[in-house]
Design a protein. Structure first.
Lengths: 200, 103
């Protein structure tokens, strides 16, 4: 028999509070706001718990509510935010393809190196520290679209509508985020033994 | 191999290299193809490029890895990096939840 556990919202706080807070903080980057959103999420969950059918885990159900609340937040805030961080890591692209002999081909020093043990990395706690540190370095707006697109799998047109940006804006930000993250992981994880690890 | 055959083969490789997009473009296309389908012609030129360019071939494999890592990262909140909900915050939220009529 698979009876749903007795309704105990305080248990949610203990069991999922950290995870939800981490999720909110990585997107909102404001601990006070993140705490508010965790609370709002649990209040909303309390109101609609009868709609939770146990098809997904409790945590992903709660995370889903939180995700929609954060998207709403962006939707409201989107129109006020000034666009300033698009230039971020523009220089990574310039650096990577700085090649005198063959313009726009890889610069020998910046070309991707072989990533050994990439598969095993996902199981290592230390890798996730590096991963979160790298994504934490992305400017707010860039991190936001990257997390929505790649982590939450929100469709591009929905992101554009929520954040009030053009598809081209979105594409450029995603592209820069990928270049920057790739570089950051290569330097700080896959090539950690090389002397060039100053970009942490 | 005879001289002229070798010469022709080299000409072929150089020609292919000249016909395919630059590495900068390949890397952009790798991002673009997540947003919208590329034309068959572009896909073909991209495939040819990836056969001869190790840097781009690695880059694309690393993008697959990055995507997998990003998708998996939801389940991996890392201790100490982003911070946890402070005990006082947990108490605050619990208190608030207690006041809420159950729907």
């Amino acid at each position: 028999m698979n009876l749903p556990p007795a309704l105990d919202p305080e248990r949610w706080v203990d069991e999922h509070g950290d995870s939800l807070f981490h999720y909110a903080l990585s997107r909102l980057r404001d601990p006070v706001l993140a705490e508010d959103y965790v609370q709002d999420t649990l209040l909303a969950a309390l109101k609609s718990h009868h709609r939770f059918e146990g098809r997904s885990s409790e945590r992903s159900w709660l995370t889903g509510i939180l995700k929609n609340k954060i998207l709403d937040h962006f939707r409201k805030a989107g129109r006020e935010t000034v666009f300033t961080d698009l230039e971020f890591y523009g220089d990574e692209e310039a650096r990577a393809f700085d090649n005198a002999a063959f313009p726009d081909h890889w610069n020998a020093a910046a070309a991707p190196t072989e990533w050994n043990g990439a598969g095993a990395a996902l199981d290592q706690e230390a890798f996730w520290k590096v991963f979160h540190r790298c994504s934490g370095k992305l400017p707010d707006r860039v991190a936001r679209v990257f997390l929505l697109r790649e982590v939450d799998d929100v469709p591009s047109d929905e992101i554009c509508a929520s954040l009030n940006i053009t598809p081209n804006n979105l594409w450029v930000m995603l592209h820069r985020a990928r270049l920057a993250l790739r570089r950051c992981l290569e330097v700080n994880w896959f090539g950690a033994q090389s002397p060039e690890s100053d970009e942490a | 191999m005879k001289g002229p055959v070798k010469w022709l083969r080299w000409r072929g490789i150089l020609l292919l290299a000249a016909l395919t997009p630059t590495c900068r473009r390949i890397v952009q296309l790798a991002s673009l193809q997540c947003e919208r389908p590329l034309t068959p012609w572009t896909r073909l030129r991209m495939r040819v490029h990836l056969r001869i360019c190790r840097g781009c071939e690695r880059y694309l494999r690393q993008m697959d890895f990055l995507r997998a890592a990003a998708a998996a990262s939801v389940e991996r909140p890392t201790a100490g990096i982003q911070g946890h909900l402070a005990p006082e915050a947990k108490d605050r939220i619990k208190r608030r939840l207690r006041c809420e009529p159950v729907g």
